[in-house]
Design a protein around this ligand. Structure first.
Ligand code: G6P
Length: 489
């Protein structure tokens, strides 16, 4: 059959993620408009020249009719994307439910949902069933497009069942799995009713990757403590088969940000922002409006700073960009109201007729406006309660080579391991400590800022997204060759 005779010129990389890197808007019965969203993963893979990447994932829209599905698949094919169609009920149970209400909070140490225990236990099972079903649907689409020699790279907590589903189809498939969130301590993971099934499936992959060494270590401990397997410095041994487990810290396409700062439209934005906030230091937060980002805690720390430093009140402004996300999940709806309430209260307390201390926007900014904002910022506040890596901190550093602003960074973000020496590290739960760090950052000498910035800028410009993707995929190829040699011995 076609599958056996096919010989690629470049190795094909099938990138499987819950979400495709495009947003699709329906324009008519059989017409769609598509916009590529240039997130970290997209930039990473655009820069990898030695593979031919093809994406497989959900387009983020419900397309119940065949005409619409065919038209969308055709439009996506031009962007090298293949859709997985999920109906509304599956999206509700798998994406809103199991992924975003169970795995996401658990992996970020926020625990399992606790409201109505019985109801949760019942719906937990149906959400888990939907999760497995959705993963099988992804596997079916991958297998349909798979050709011998392809490398399959599965991404994130949405697809922990995918490695097992794929290996059941064909045990020779080269499968890697990468987690973009933290992997929590085994004591947290063991509270999950489906703890073992998920671990066993992930272990079907040939290579398992995490952003930090700590997450990799937690995963190996979970496999040894919960599954009783043997952890080795290389990974996890299961009946003579080794699954390689390692850390691969992601980066950004720093050149894209640095180049953007030269563009006239970005410089226009920079001028406008400088005029608008003349005489004030600019502090910036850019986050998805998510519990893990610690937005209420950050704003409360800013309030404490204003409370204790009356002379700064008319000299500093906090711009908080909070991008709405997962808006069908009740926890996220509650968070939005909570943040609005706190911002309103603080602006009422410290605002004047002509100025408010916090500008809060519930929306995303386009790339050029974002670069300009990063460039005019004096102090960036990345104070996630937990975060797999956090690339906002990287993007800020990439745009700061002129200004050399200060990064206040949570010690619970993966980025703290790489940017820790240049940033002011804080415990985001400690509002007093963060308020103090704001004061230190605003008063920091130019010399100290320069020294700290140098360290971070060097890191961000040398550990790029492209390096990350290349390292993972070549390690995956090597892992498979080594495994073949081992079985031949
Ligand atoms: C995190 C996850 C990604 C996810 C993104 C946006 O970064 O690790 O897998 O795509 O959030 O969330 P969303 O639910 O909108 O895809």
């Amino acid at each position: 059959c076609e599958r056996q005779n096919w010989r690629p010129s470049k190795q094909r990389l099938l990138v499987v993620a819950n979400r495709l890197p495009v947003s699709a808007i329906r324009k008519g019965e059989d017409s769609w408009s598509l916009e590529i969203s240039a997130g970290g993963l997209v930039s990473a893979l655009l820069g990898v020249k030695e593979f031919e990447a093809q994406w497989i994932g959900w387009a983020g829209v419900n397309v119940p009719d065949e005409v619409g599905q065919r038209a969308l698949a055709k439009a996506l094919a031009e962007k090298r994307c293949v859709p997985v169609f999920l109906d509304e009920e599956i999206v509700h149970q798998y994406y809103n439910g199991y992924c975003n209400n169970i795995l996401w909070p658990l992996f970020h140490y926020l625990g399992l949902p606790q409201e109505d225990r019985l109801a949760t236990t019942r719906s937990f099972q149906s959400q888990f069933d939907a999760y497995k079903m959705a993963n099988q649907m992804f596997a079916d689409v991958v297998y349909k497009h798979y050709k011998e020699g392809d490398v399959i790279w599965c991404h994130d907590y949405h697809l922990m069942f995918l490695p097992e589903c794929l290996k059941k189809y064909d045990s020779k498939m080269k499968v890697g799995w990468f987690l973009h969130t933290p992997f929590p301590s085994s004591e947290i993971h063991r509270t999950l009713p489906s703890r073992s099934e998920l671990l066993k499936s992930v272990l079907s992959a040939d290579l398992v990757g995490f952003h930090t060494y700590d997450y990799a270590r937690h995963f190996v401990s979970a496999c040894t403590r919960i599954l009783g397997l043997e952890g080795t410095p290389e990974g996890v041994e299961n009946q003579g088969r080794l699954t390689r487990v390692a850390a691969f810290p992601i980066g950004i396409d720093s050149e894209r940000f640095i180049r953007a700062l030269e563009l006239p439209q970005v410089q226009d934005h920079v001028r406008e922002l400088k005029e608008r906030f003349a005489g004030r230091k600019v502090m910036l937060g850019v986050d998805r409006l998510d519990m893990i980002k610690g937005i209420p805690q950050k704003i409360l720390a800013f309030e404490k700073f204003l409370e204790e430093n009356a002379d700064w009140r008319d000299k500093v402004v906090l711009l908080q960009i909070a991008v709405p996300t997962r808006t069908d999940v009740p926890e996220y709806q509650k968070l939005t109201s909570q943040v609005h309430e706190i911002v309103g209260r603080i602006n009422g307390r410290f605002g004047t007729l002509t100025a408010v201390p916090i500008h809060h926007l519930d929306r995303s900014l386009d790339f050029h406006a974002l670069c300009a904002l990063y460039a005019v910022t004096d102090v960036a506040l990345v104070t996630s309660l937990r975060d797999g890596m956090n690339l906002v901190s990287y993007e800020f550093v990439a745009c700061q080579d002129l200004k050399k602003g200060v990064l206040i960074l949570s010690e619970f973000a993966g980025a703290a391991q790489s940017l820790g020496a240049g940033a002011l590290l804080v415990n985001p739960w400690n509002v007093t400590e963060v308020a103090k760090a704001i004061g230190l950052a605003l008063d920091m000498s130019a010399e100290e800022r320069e020294k700290r910035h140098r360290h971070n800028f060097l890191h961000v410009t040398t550990h790029t997204a492209q390096d990350w993707a290349e390292t993972f995929v070549s390690e995956l190829n090597d892992t498979i060759v080594e495994a073949q040699l081992r079985t031949r011995q």
